[in-house]
Design a protein around this ligand. Structure first.
Ligand code: GUN
Ligand code: FE
Length: 431
């Protein structure tokens, strides 16, 4: 399929958090991979383009996963009996050690990329492991998939198993330089992102070196922040001089914009379950993205991130599946989970904080996280043409349904895990 075409079907999107934008039997126009908008009748000037008619199917913008660990896909849905720090030591680090072995990495990453490609995700921010060559292998596979991603070789030089910990900060930095130089111009859709695992695993010296690397290459940053109480306590012990956890990234200019030194480091922090007012204030000021990972926060007994508060404050927020803290790579599932945990927050924690509604959570999964990738997450003119087409007739029902009902049901019933009829990324038809 060429990169200029028209698709026809039931187009469902959110261009603001507060409401659905629905168009029955409408046209979405793609010119050179970029959306021209949605039209109820096709303007004459597009009449010459190839038209693909998907009948009564649903058409959504592609889903954006702002936080997922590729090497953990192998043990998704298992090992759910521990909290974060013990879970990392007992299950996660031993699994990640295996990626020293490229044959294992190829097999495991092949399964991961295949799964991502088959679902509704079109873009993702991905953690690999600390291993350079396995990370490059993952990037090769991601590029072949046609999906768009940021992929990070993880940096970690303390507080993990001996086999997984990099010997020292210099070796970690040296390996990272080698990796970035090898991949930075190699791909069209697969870009490197600096990935300090989290403060407990990174010495001060390593953080210094990562600051230098970020400044040298200007690449974005991803990490974890204020996920669990045990982790936060440990960070307080490791870095007593920082007023709050996020300050320890900010100290090394790895925390969004910094007007004092005129830098703008695109940054996404996963979780932010327990962020203090000061931390939230700095994220807001610096434009740091929050990757909200509700399934992981439930599975690891971390808590409930107050996303409604963050939304009201105007933070940048997207959704993450956080495989394997989260057990499913489905962003539809993350939408449902985000709504459900927000209801529990309302009922159990604070009844002045109203739960998320469906359109808000759908917005987070599309335009919210999409902003990390530029103009992404809707069919508004000028946006990257990322679309998923689904046949919801497999979800049987006896009564007539409105398009709004069909959209909500497709998400709640996990249609992305059942039946993707077509998928487009920047206008490329990858399914
Ligand atoms: N914090 C540091 N590493 C990890 C990880 O692999 N998963 C989660 N959920 N949190 C982390
Ligand atoms: Fe994570």
């Amino acid at each position: 399929m060429s990169k200029s075409f028209v698709i026809k079907g039931n187009i469902c999107q959110t261009i603001t958090p507060s409401q659905l934008d629905l168009h029955e039997h409408a046209y979405a126009v793609c010119v050179d991979g970029v959306s021209e908008g949605v039209f109820d009748t096709l303007p004459q000037k597009y009449a010459h383009l190839p038209l693909y008619d998907y009948g009564d199917m649903l058409i959504f913008p592609g889903m954006v996963d702002l936080h997922i660990h590729a090497p953990q896909y192998a043990f998704r849905g298992m090992c759910m009996d521990l909290e974060l720090m013990d879970w990392l030591n007992r299950y996660t680090f031993p699994e990640e050690e295996k990626y020293e072995d490229l044959a294992y990495a190829e097999k495991a990453y092949g399964i991961f990329v295949d799964a991502l490609k088959k679902g509704a995700t079109t873009r993702a921010c991905i953690f690999a492991t600390r291993h350079r060559y396995a990370t490059e292998l993952l990037m090769d596979l991601m590029e072949k998939s046609g999906l768009v991603s940021y992929v990070g070789k993880v940096n970690m030089d303390r507080e993990a198993s001996e086999a997984l910990t990099e010997k020292n900060a210099d070796i970690s930095a040296y390996t990272t330089f080698g990796w970035i130089n090898a991949v930075k111009d190699k791909y069209k859709n697969t870009l490197p992102i600096l990935t300090p695992r989290f403060i407990p695993c990174c010495t001060d010296k390593l953080m210094e070196e990562l600051r230098e690397i970020q400044m040298a290459y200007g690449i974005p940053v991803q990490s974890h922040l204020s996920e669990s109480k045990g982790e936060i306590e440990f960070v307080r012990f490791l870095r007593p001089d920082n007023e709050f956890y996020g300050d320890s990234y900010n100290e090394y200019d790895l925390f969004g914009k910094n007007d004092d030194i005129n830098t703008d480091v695109k940054t996404v922090m996963a979780h932010c379950v327990w962020s203090s007012d000061e931390e939230v204030g700095l994220m807001r000021k610096n434009g740091v993205f929050v990757a909200h990972c509700p399934a992981s926060n439930m599975n690891l007994t971390s808590g409930i991130a107050p996303i409604r508060k963050y939304l009201d404050l105007g933070l940048n927020i997207g959704l993450g599946t956080d495989i394997a803290g989260g057990h499913s790579e489905s962003v539809f599932r993350a939408i449902t989970d985000a709504i459900q945990v927000s209801k529990m927050y309302f009922r159990m924690v604070d009844e002045s904080v109203r739960p998320l509604i469906f359109s808000e959570a759908f917005y987070l999964a599309t335009m919210g996280g999409g902003a990390f990738f530029g103009k992404v997450g809707s069919f508004l003119p000028g946006y990257q043409f990322d679309a998923v087409v689904m046949d919801d007739s497999v979800l049987r029902h006896p009564q007539p349904l409105t398009l709004a009902e069909r959209m909500e049901r497709a998400v709640y019933l996990g249609l992305d895990e059942k039946n993707i009829a077509a998928k487009f990324v920047s206008g490329y038809n990858i399914i």
